[in-house]
Design a protein around this ligand. Structure first.
Ligand code: 5MM
Length: 345
């Protein structure tokens, strides 16, 4: 493993003013997104949609440091035959690939999942590297649910198993000269309050970094993709932007070592503007040892998907919508976003 080279890629992924586009929806997830805009989920439509994003030249060049691809997209060509991965590289962004095989029901732990995909991972990474991928992503999913006589969720067994799988994945990536994005996502589904999200997020982060240490993962050669500390979607009380920012920074400061080059948050179902405002507030507060940016899926793509609706005549409008969100989040990564910029657009 060449740690200096891994660190260089990780630093590039969290370049101030830029962030990561998570365009790695699996076929089932993109089906849901396409259903919402009346688009058939064919390989050609998936290609056309992603190609329009990657060809949003200025936004890609100015505000996107890396793109997480679904395996299909990594090996797919644009309509003119050029590998899609080349469009990303030409824009100066780093291509990456989601290598987990999804969160599957965890045997013995009703209501919880364990992310799978370690079998054959080293071999897949070799091919992915040859195709141009320089980082990978693995998402562990931790749900929060009340105690209904079963002790509640998450359980220690599920937290520990998911953290261990994340750490093994990260170790295999680094051995293949690929920077691992380590994504432990505490879901915001449910009615839990922000205090509960805070407690679970801290527990999960602590466990993940313990496992990363035990599995000899070099923290300088990875990027962390966590959730922010937020209220559950169905919680009756809402937390202010300031509270989310302060709690998230405090949780991370307590449980994430300073050797990690950067934090790239997931949006997790927040509205586009919430995700931007929270990131901006954290960067305005500052005083932490890592770069803090975005690795958003929905919060970057909801607007362009709606604008596109599968129609070639809407491509320019979709690209404008994507460019706008990329610029807003780029500013948020610098703590320079203002709500009035949204209205102006
Ligand atoms: C883009 O969505 C990613 C893939 O999800 P599936 O494996 O379920 O298809 C997802 O992992 C995403 O990268 C992260 O959750 C961040 O996306 P959001 O929408 O939460 O910002």
């Amino acid at each position: 493993m060449n740690l200096a080279a891994l660190n260089e890629i990780a630093e590039k992924m969290v370049t101030p003013g830029k962030g990561i586009l998570a365009a790695d929806e699996s076929t089932g997830t993109i089906q849901k997104r396409f259903d919402a805009i009346g688009v058939e989920n064919t390989e050609a439509n998936r290609r056309d949609y992603r190609e329009l994003l990657f060809r949003t030249t200025e936004a890609m060049r100015e505000h996107i440091s890396g793109v997480i691809l679904f395996e299909e997209t990594l090996y797919q060509n644009a309509a003119d035959g050029a590998p899609l991965v080349d469009l990303i590289t030409a824009a100066g962004a780093v291509p990456g690939v989601k290598v987990d095989k999804g969160a599957k029901p965890m045997a013995g732990f009703p209501g919880e999942t364990l992310t799978e995909g370690l079998d054959g991972l080293g071999e897949r990474l070799k091919r992915d590297y040859e195709r141009g991928a320089r980082f990978a992503k693995w998402r562990a999913v931790i749900d929060i649910a009340p105690d209904t006589g079963n002790g509640g969720v998450p359980t220690w067994g599920a937290v520990k198993a998911n953290a261990h799988a994340l750490a093994r994945y990260a170790a295999v990536c680094q051995a293949a000269q690929i920077v691992p994005i380590v994504e432990p996502e505490v879901l915001m589904d449910g009615a839990h309050d922000i205090e509960r999200c805070d407690t679970v997020t801290r527990w999960v982060l602590q466990t993940v970094f313990q496992e990363l240490f035990e599995q000899r993962v070099a923290l300088e050669g990875m990027v962390l993709k966590p959730n922010m500390v937020v209220c559950g979607k169905k919680c009756e009380t809402r937390a202010s932007v300031d509270e989310v920012a302060h709690r998230t920074i405090a949780a991370l400061k307590a449980h994430v070592p300073a050797a990690v080059p950067g934090i790239a948050y997931l949006s997790g179902g927040q509205t586009d503007e919430e995700a931007t405002a929270h990131l901006d507030a954290m960067n305005r507060i500052g005083g932490f040892p890592w770069k803090m940016t975005f690795s958003y899926g929905r919060a970057l793509q909801a607007a362009p998907q709606k604008a596109w609706a599968g129609k070639p005549e809407n491509v320019a409008a979709a690209q404008r919508a994507f460019a706008h969100r990329a610029r807003m989040n780029g500013l948020a990564s610098l703590g320079k976003w203002e709500g009035r910029l949204e209205q102006a657009a």
